[in-house]
Design a protein around this ligand. Structure first.
Ligand code: SF4
Length: 641
């Protein structure tokens, strides 16, 4: 089997990419050892290759006039001293700014070059490393933020993560030796609280023959969830499997085109079976085939920011909008955690912070702490599961500001559609690279340039819907392309109003989408549904709403959906029935009623001619004369000023 891997690697590794040539220039550890010198030399003496590559091996990203520092926080777990230290470093050197990220770690910004060595040293005093948080390295390992605490946690994974860290962490043999970055997640809980199918290597809680362990899924990247490797590993086998997997990727991974050299490309070329055989032979261990994957739910804390743990204490989720945090608040939260609990903080995949181990008696005091009260304002549906990547403020790839846009939309939706005991995952990426994991969101946003009604370029988003992370991993589907953000929020509002109207008790948006939206309606119909309501309400100021039925007869057949919507809209806008009755796609009359293109406008003068024509085309008595696809109507709706 290794011949297949060798052949694939040979075919792709004859001409190395530029980054590989840079990597060959020197050892990353030589650069690390000279950090004081680099800091003292300032920007004038900074070597191009250090700025472009080697410093990133230690989390230092040159932003032109200052540095961003990515700090590794395995499993997202910080003790009191570590949290305070990070906070103080941010205060002293980084404009008191901290970003919480989806890899359950933090990024400090605005660090002056003269301080970079000092900062790394200060973090090291409390056992915090920034090694291997950038470029071609095994990145921070994520897990359930309530690992070892929650009722649904079957296997505590932190000890396993520590063992994996020992394989590669700060180990020169594993610094910068992979062809590309390598993300890992390990989940020992029933609820998927860390996008567990979204990493290069995913260990997912499973059971086989009465033994709990992990099924392995491999090869996720932006826009693609990990594939089932049909492999089960026990707790003790995880480090061996992981090390062997890294070795195979290191040896056979592609080093030519950087756009196509994540693990998935090798997997796709050689096939999962051959790849796994390669890992087995590297490990000299015949791992068994997959058991039953046990991930079952999205969150055990539906609609609540306090979760009772197994030991009878609470974990409190501090909601940090878009993950925009500060050193001062990190310190304040650490103090509150120490005063009312045990001083521990748990960073989450959705850019928030859990404070565990708060007794029932201490809860009131904790919630009275000023910093906790400050963030309590965001304890609602739209902020609690929101994710937003850096955006234009701090990332050169960003197309839109993003974090402020996400916050603005969450405020808007909070005021428009309050839904108790609900959960909706809204994820924002400011560019197609997708760091905000919009592709697996219930409702995802990808930043782009859009045009407003006057044709002027404005900040916009592509909207995605229907991503799945529970029971199955599924990428979201495009609902609308390039909508101005000012318009997009209304489209989302109509989806959420439907959720509010038809939601069952305790039903998450993901479950609702499965049971109601995706099951009953095509994506094209949903796109028309949000667009027509936007036009009716926001453009024309009409108090008329097209509602979605719970059991439509159209059964996701586009021409039936289109005709059905047309009949409903005709009735809503004219007060009259378009036909006495219909059977499937045809009016059930000897002589079906004909209308003219301007009939709806004549019956209701508030309806512009263009919309009248659209309804004429949707409901024509002769189905051959009817528009058959929603895409045509969406284009026509754009013309309504
Ligand atoms: S998605 Fe784009 S803008 Fe956002 S952090 Fe990633 S690269 Fe930057």
């Amino acid at each position: 089997m290794t011949q297949i891997l060798e052949k694939a690697a040979q075919a792709r590794n004859t001409k190395l990419n530029k980054v590989e040539n840079t990597k060959a220039l020197k050892s990353p550890m030589d650069v690390y050892d000279k950090l004081d010198e680099i800091a003292a030399g300032g920007y004038e003496k900074l070597a191009a290759e250090d700025s472009a590559y080697f410093l990133k091996c230690f989390g230092l990203f040159d932003k032109g006039e200052d540095f961003m520092l990515r700090v590794r926080i395995p499993a997202g777990q910080l003790n009191y001293e570590q949290a305070v230290c990070i906070g103080e470093v941010a205060q002293k050197y980084g404009n008191d700014y901290i970003d919480l990220t989806t890899r359950m770690q933090v990024e400090l910004r605005y660090l002056k070059i003269e301080n970079i060595a000092k900062v790394l040293r200060e973090l090291k005093t409390v056992g915090i490393s920034t090694f291997q948080t950038g470029v071609d390295n095994p990145r921070n390992i994520v897990t359930d933020p309530l690992d070892g605490i929650a009722y649904d946690n079957v296997i505590p994974t932190k000890p396993i993560i520590d063992a994996l860290q020992e394989v590669f962490g700060e180990n020169p043999e594993w610094i910068s030796v992979l062809p590309r970055k390598f993300n890992t997640g390990i989940l020992g809980s029933l609820s998927n609280s860390c996008n567990i199918f979204g990493h290069d290597c995913c260990f997912v809680l499973a059971q086989k023959e009465g033994i709990f362990g992990f099924n392995v899924y491999l090869g996720a990247r932006v826009g693609m969830q990990a594939q089932d490797a049909n492999l089960f590993v026990t707790i003790s086998e995880v480090p061996l499997f992981f090390k062997s997997l890294l070795s195979v990727f290191k040896t056979y991974g592609y080093r030519d085109n950087r756009n196509k050299n994540r693990l998935v490309y090798l997997l796709n070329d050689v096939g999962m079976d051959a790849f796994i055989q390669g890992v087995k032979s590297e490990a000299a261990c015949d791992f068994t085939s997959a058991g039953a994957t046990l991930v079952q739910s999205q969150s055990i804390a539906l609609g609540s920011n306090k979760v009772l743990g197994r030991d009878g204490t609470f974990a409190y989720k501090l909601i940090v909008p878009s993950g925009i945090f500060s050193g001062s608040h990190m310190i304040d939260v650490a103090h509150a955690a120490k005063t009312f609990a045990q001083g521990e903080l748990r960073l989450t995949y959705d850019q928030n912070v859990y404070i565990p181990s708060i007794t029932k008696e201490a809860l009131e005091g904790f919630e009275s702490a000023p910093v906790v009260k400050h963030y309590a304002a965001y304890n609602n549906l739209y902020f609690s599961d929101m994710i937003a990547c850096a955006g234009t403020a701090t990332c050169s790839f960003g197309v839109i500001p993003n974090k402020p846009d996400a916050i603005e939309m969450a405020h808007f939706l909070s005021s428009e559609v309050a839904i108790p005991n609900a959960s909706v995952r809204m994820n924002w990426s400011a560019c197609p690279k997708g760091c905000g994991v919009h592709g697996i969101a219930d409702i995802g946003f990808e930043g782009c340039i859009a045009k407003d009604a006057e044709g002027k370029k404005v900040d916009g988003v592509h909207i995605f819907v229907g991503g799945k992370i529970t029971r199955e991993a599924k990428e979201a589907h495009t609902l609308h392309k390039a909508l101005p953000i000012t318009e997009a929020k209304h489209h989302v509002k109509y989806l959420l109003q439907t959720y509010a109207t038809h939601k069952l008790r305790g039903e998450t948006y993901e479950m609702f989408d499965d049971r109601f939206l995706s099951r009953n309606y095509s994506f094209q119909a949903l796109a028309f549904f949000t667009k027509i309501n936007y036009v009716l309400h926001e453009k024309l100021g009409l108090d008329v709403t097209l509602e979605l039925e719970s059991e439509p007869k159209s059964s996701r057949r586009e021409e039936y959906e289109l005709f059905g919507f047309g009949l409903k809209l005709y009735k809503l806008l004219t007060g009259e029935k378009r036909f006495e009755s219909v059977v499937e796609l045809s009016p059930n009359m000897l002589k079906p009623t004909s209308i003219k293109r301007d009939t709806v406008s004549k019956l209701n003068p508030k309806v512009p001619l263009k919309l009248s024509e659209i309804l004429y085309n949707m409901t024509h008595e002769n189905k051959k004369e009817r528009v058959a696809v929603f895409s045509e109507l969406l284009v026509a709706l754009k013309e309504i000023a």
